[in-house]
Design a binder for this molecule. Structure first.
Ligand code: DMJ
Length: 644
């Protein structure tokens, strides 16, 4: 025995002197501490650790993350713990019985995930496989420490019904469609390469003057085109470009700006873009950045009603203002009504309820307030909580508020009943008051000014074809077909606004009076700035009906973009869609990369690329996952049971 060799220690070991006893005890307690401490370094799966340390004790405070590697982890679980995904009740909720039977996606899902992870890494020219893997392993490590009340990327992945990128990145089997899809990918690469070459780090590219544009929408934040492109590059498999974008976020996205930003624009582009990038890739950097940015937006809600103002100082003051042009210091419906999806996800990732509380407060106020003819006017006072004037529009100033009602319902796994009710009653009011038929038989959405109709439809309002389409299935049974027909009619009208122009691109606004029929009658409405809304509706209508005309219409748009908007160093908007001698506006908008090209690419892809069963697109086309609360809770319970 070691003790016998210690000087002054008797053979029995019992006759120790006091100082010797002290040394012995010290040694013993050191040994115990060492053994106990070593438990912390064991992997989570080791049973000893689970016995000695409760879950919460092992958790880092930060939220967890993961990768495809995490997803494979649960393949090791016993078979009886698995349940088939994709089995839902009529209400779209996963049946409790099924959930208790088993708990993991079907094997093909896992196999595809593994294949996708592998082929992504092979395609990845800038990031060697080992580095890519170690990056995702790092994320995995922190995820393993997640408690039931921290976000777990692994659990999130398990609760998806399908692999996000499909079986083969959504590659269509039909060669002609695939060729078209490749063309769109080439357009994205061309737009990106030129942005990178001439405007790297700025917000947008000016393709004629070959420089960058910063503007004043993002309060000193930079790189809007980078953030807006992350998910598009990723789903297109442009991995070298995606890695450049990610690296820029890591090293150069500075959120410590002190400028005045549009809360709406920062939310839909930056918050939305970073959230999507995180959910698609599991890369911690996106989550950390979006958490930091989310906090900076909170002071905007410090108004007497909690309705945020439009402009916010991103610095420590957090002061906010209403837009100078908004009547009587009002806030804009499409701005404060287009925060819900992103803010709910900020709560989801941070487990901080504050973000959801802020948007639920907006929801409550809007639900309670009296609405003229059931319509929501575009301007509301953040001080009194009353409407400021009665202008109603499904286009600019109103648009994405309606979009976020139905998408909030869908994103909640169809549990958010208030959103559902508000959406369908708003739609009824819209149909009763705004939907019109032109002399030539075209269905359109007019605008409403205190009871008087303005027979004009903005390009922005063309998103409503897709919106009404995705909401059709959850309407009253007797209305479902009607909604799908209405969606198709609106999309047809918007296509007409394109096909009636010389360039085959649509104007900013078109009218149905003064002899006009889906055409712009004012000079000031003739421009096209690479907007996505018409193509967005083609994409949704294609997914819902598989009518080949939507792909044909999308292809017409590709040809027109190539012919009139592609210049030597990027893509540019044009000033007049009715003339073939085009004049370019010298701006490649960031939404061209995030929306227009993404929707085109999805239009020519199989439906399993970002399947609508799992994803909703925010208004800037950033995909956000449906939150399956019941599945996530089940996963947490299951984890607890396994660890007990
Ligand atoms: C985008 O930023 C978003 O789609 C927004 O909701 C409306 N305008 C542009 C694109 O036109």
């Amino acid at each position: 025995m070691v003790f016998r060799k210690l000087p002054g220690v008797s053979a029995s070991g019992m006759g120790l002197r006091l100082s010797q006893k002290f040394v012995f005890l010290l040694f013993l307690s050191g040994l115990v501490t060492l053994c106990f401490g070593a438990l912390f370094f064991l992997p989570d799966s080791v049973r000893l650790k689970r016995i000695f340390l409760s879950k919460t004790e092992t958790q880092p405070v930060t939220v967890g993350s993961g990768s495809e590697n995490d997803a494979r982890e649960h393949l090791k679980r016993p078979k009886e713990q698995e349940h088939p995904r994709g089995m839902t009740s009529a209400k779209g909720e996963t049946s409790t019985k099924l959930k208790s039977l088993s708990r993991k996606p079907s094997v093909p899902h896992e196999a595809t995930e593994a294949r996708l992870a592998g082929s992504r890494a092979q395609e990845d020219l800038t990031l060697p496989r080992s580095k890519a893997e170690s990056a995702s392993e790092k994320a995995t490590a922190s995820d393993h420490g997640a408690t039931s009340d921290t976000f777990s990327y692994t659990k999130f992945k398990r609760c998806l019904l399908k692999p996000p990128l499909g079986r083969d990145y959504g590659k269509p089997s039909d060669p002609k469609t695939n060729e078209r899809r490749e063309k769109v990918k080439e357009m994205m690469k061309f737009a990106w390469d030129n942005y990178k070459r001439y405007a790297w780090g700025k917000n947008e590219l000016r393709p004629l003057t070959r420089n960058g544009h910063i503007g004043n929408m993002f309060g000193g934040l930079r790189g809007a085109s980078i953030i807006d492109s992350l998910d598009t590059l990723y789903i297109m498999g442009l991995m070298e470009e995606y890695n450049d974008a990610k690296e820029w976020v890591q090293t150069s996205l500075d959120l410590n700006s002190n400028g005045e930003a549009s809360l709406f624009e920062v939310n839909i582009r930056y918050v939305g873009g970073l959230l999507s990038a995180y959910y698609l890739t599991g890369e911690e950097v996106f989550k950390n950045k979006v958490m930091e940015l989310g906090e900076k937006l909170l002071p905007a809600f410090n108004t007497p009603t909690g309705i945020p103002r439009g402009v916010i100082n991103l610095g420590s003051s957090g002061t906010s203002w209403s837009w100078g042009w908004a009547s009587a210091g009002s806030s804009i419906l499409a701005e404060f009504g287009t925060l819900h999806l992103e803010f709910v996800h900020l709560t989801e990732l941070s487990r901080n309820p504050i973000y959801t509380e802020k948007v639920m407060n907006i929801r409550k106020l809007l639900n309670k307030i009296e609405k003229p003819h059931g319509l929501y006017p575009n301007f509301l006072s953040p001080v009194s909580g009353n409407w400021v004037q009665h202008h109603v529009s499904i286009g600019g100033l109103g648009d994405s508020f309606y979009e976020y009602l139905i998408k909030s319902f869908l994103m909640s796994d169809k549990t958010d009943d208030d959103a559902k009710k508000m959406y369908y009653s708003a739609l009824e009011a819209i149909e009763a008051n705004l939907v019109q038929k032109s002399a030539g038989g075209l269905t359109y959405m007019a605008e409403w000014r205190g009871g008087i109709l303005d027979h004009k439809m903005g390009h922005l309002a063309c998103f409503s074809g897709g919106m009404i389409g995705i909401g059709a299935d959850d309407g009253a049974p007797e209305k479902r077909q009607h909604y799908l027909d209405l969606a198709a009619e609106i999309t047809h009208t918007c296509h007409e606004s394109y096909s009636r122009s010389a360039t085959k691109l649509g104007p900013e606004a078109f009218r149905f009076d003064g002899g006009g029929e889906a055409t712009a009658t004012r000079l000031s409405d003739r421009y096209y700035i690479l907007r996505p809304e018409v193509i967005e509706s083609y994409m949704y209508m294609w997914r819902l009906t598989h009518d080949p005309k939507y792909r044909e219409w999308g292809w017409e748009a590709v040809e027109a973009l190539e012919q009139h908007c592609r210049v030597e160093s990027g893509f540019s908007g044009i000033r007049d869609v009715y003339t073939m001698t085009v004049s370019h506006d010298n701006m490649q908008q960031s939404f061209f990369l995030s929306e227009t090209l993404k929707y085109l690419y999805l239009l020519f892809s199989d439906d399993d690329l970002l399947p609508l069963e799992d994803w909703v697109f925010n208004t800037e086309a950033h995909p956000l996952p449906i939150i399956r609360k019941s599945c996530l809770q089940d996963e947490a319970t299951q984890d607890k049971t396994v660890s007990e």
